[in-house]
Ligand binder design. Structure first.
Ligand code: SF4
Length: 294
């Protein structure tokens, strides 16, 4: 039986990994973008970003002052449905103090801030199930600059693929430099309004060097990646060839009369961390295998 203490420890370690070091696919894409850019301004912006990442990692410090709000994905293995919410909340409170994380979670109207990144439905925990014999916890700290650029459209089916592309490009143009590019675009297509928004965020959990298994969706990911990078928005919105590092799309079947499409943008500080907790209490860090835990 996995104890609350092990789950709390895993939560603190996950948050530490997520906010102080980027997963390898994002690091690689940022370094490649630095090599690709030729003009001085985008090159300088990417150099600043890479230096920032290096300093955060070596100093075990958050890479951005906005350490986000905290979205968790818990995948239960078979026969492993246990209560994890208290352990995750307690782990987040402890991480807020010791890493430290900026206390970002507030009441939406009164703006009351409990000061520990928790509140009603915060952290937000998504639950999933698998046939594995471990629990997997993923965390995605999400800053407001990129989250505020999220968008949803309920297209008509006749608008089809061209409507989807037009909406995606218009959304990125409208966002400009606000989401701290180069960004990763998470898109959800189909389902319903809420399902497509959920899929758009989940798409950001997939490494950017992995394409969707569906060849038509994979083709759309590649096409949008190339098209968006011709817009010239560039690193931090100051111009250049690198506006996005990746485009990830998830989809669901939808009503015959609907075509929902949602976009969730992730900034260059594309923080995510994944750990597996085995029945013997072993915590295996999947996204940050070399990171030192707190
Ligand atoms: S959008 Fe990302 S990089 Fe920009 S301030 Fe927010 S968390 Fe930091």
């Amino acid at each position: 039986m996995i104890s609350d203490d092990v789950l709390k420890k895993a939560t603190v370690e996950l948050l530490k990994n997520a906010v102080t070091a980027l997963p390898e696919d994002i690091n690689t894409a940022l370094k490649k973008a630095y090599e690709t850019e030729e003009d001085a301004i985008p090159k300088m912006q990417l150099k600043n970003i890479l230096d920032n990442i290096e300093l955060a990692q070596t100093g075990s410090l958050p890479m951005c002052q906005d350490t986000g709000i905290h979205i968790f994905y818990v995948t239960f293995g078979k026969d492993m449905v246990i209560s994890v919410e208290d352990a995750i909340r307690n782990g987040l409170k402890e991480a807020t103090k010791i890493i430290p994380l900026r206390p970002n979670a507030v009441h939406p109207l009164s703006r009351h801030n409990p000061g520990d990144n928790t509140g009603l439905k915060m952290p937000y925990i998504n639950y999933r199930f698998s046939d594995k014999d471990y629990i997997e916890i993923a965390v995605m700290p999400k800053g407001a600059g990129s989250e505020n650029m999220s968008a949803l459209a309920m297209l008509t089916p006749s608008q089809g693929l061209s409507g989807i592309k037009e909406f995606a490009l218009n959304t990125i143009v409208k966002a400009g430099g606000k989401p701290c590019p180069p960004t990763i675009i998470g898109m959800g297509i189909g389902g319903s309004a809420d399902i497509s928004m959920k899929l758009a965020k989940e798409a950001l959990l997939r490494p950017i060097n992995q394409r969707n298994d569906d060849s038509q969706i994979a083709e759309l990911e590649n096409e949008l990646y190339s098209a968006i990078n011709t817009l010239g928005i560039g690193p931090m919105g100051l111009g250049g060839k690198t506006t996005v590092l990746g485009v990830n799309i998830e989809y669901a079947y939808c009503h015959t009369a609907s075509l929902p499409i949602a976009i969730n943008i992730q900034c260059w500080a594309a923080r995510r961390a994944v750990a597996r907790i085995h029945p013997d209490g072993l915590i295996e860090h999947i996204s940050h295998p070399k990171e030192v835990s707190p």
